[in-house]
Design a protein around this ligand. Structure first.
Ligand SMILES: N[C@@H](CCC[C@H](N)C(=O)O)C(=O)O
Length: 282
């Protein structure tokens, strides 16, 4: 199986081109686990399949490195857009990508003045109702700065779905957050029936945030595109940032530029890079 390893700010996936490769559906979770293994495989945060689509120019499916399938992946979308553009699967710079979570519009900004090319993705509108996350709890519909009892400690979280679920916790000091403890506990907490991605966010100023993530199905990663979008939406819901203003999110692997537009859509701009190509012995 030929593969391309790509990353968005260090959030790396093994990309398989289904225009050329044929894989068995029942094998996909197991294959994602195997290729992602850093000791016995290629090493990545998961596997992404790029293929044809009935409703868009191209489609993508995302598997976390535990084999679970995700509805969406922001960093993956930018890499898929770059791959589709550079491999001639699209002949324009603006096109649609079909994901399990719906259609998104991607705009490729080809290499200008030897800079790393970037991609802008319109991630659509966040879903904010408790049932859309989904999260079990009180009758209050939106989960904004809500107290959450974790047994030994209490956290306050804001829940946002960007097609996939996110729990955002604000902190005064991003360097000292207990991500290794709170991440896995919240991820699989019984009040999140589909599990949840967990983000800590520190506000620097209204248009600048620091961000750390524990990804559902993967653990700590260098970056999470949907998580950065959820962080900015949560920041606006909590009154720290403003609609229509571009916010720079500093992730471990680099920066993303996120805007929650007045029309409801969330725009994400950032880099997409190819690491290597190779052949996996099935
Ligand atoms: N890294 C991604 C998100 C990947 C899926 C996530 N772990 C989930 O299960 O929802 C991103 O860049 O958005």
């Amino acid at each position: 199986m030929k593969f391309t390893k790509m990353h968005g700010l260090g959030n790396s996936y093994i990309y398989v081109d289904l225009f050329k490769e044929t894989l068995e559906e029942h094998d996909l979770p197991r294959l994602a686990v195997k290729v992602s293994d850093k000791n016995n495989g290629i090493g990545s945060d998961g596997m992404i399949l790029i293929g044809p689509s009935d409703t868009a120019e191209i489609s993508m499916r995302v598997f976390n490195n535990d084999g679970s399938e995700a509805m969406n992946c922001g960093n993956g979308l930018r890499c898929v857009a770059k791959f589709a553009y550079e491999n001639g699967y699209v002949n324009q710079t603006v096109f649609n990508i079909q994901t399990k979570g719906g259609l998104v519009e991607a705009t490729v900004h080809p290499n200008e003045q030897n800079k790393v090319p970037t991609v802008t993705v319109n991630m659509g509108a966040p879903r904010l109702s408790r049932s859309a996350i989904p999260m079990i709890g009180s009758a209050v519909d939106q989960v904004v700065n809500e107290s959450f009892d974790l047994g030994e400690q209490e956290v306050r979280l804001t829940a946002v779905s960007m097609g996939n679920p996110h729990a955002v916790i604000f902190t005064e000091d991003i360097q000292s957050v207990p991500l290794m403890q709170v991440g896995p506990t919240l991820e699989k907490h019984e009040r999140f029936p589909e599990w949840v991605n967990v983000e800590y966010v520190q506000i620097v100023k209204e248009d600048e945030l620091h961000f750390r993530v524990w990804e559902r199905g993967t653990g700590i990663t260098q970056a999470c595109g949907t998580g950065a979008c959820a962080a900015v939406v949560a920041s606006i819901l909590n009154g720290y940032s403003q609609r229509d203003n571009e916010v720079t999110v500093h992730l471990l692997g680099g920066d993303l530029l996120i805007t929650w537009l007045e029309n409801g859509d969330v725009l994400m701009n950032g880099a997409a890079e190819t690491i290597c190509e190779g052949e996996w012995l099935l």
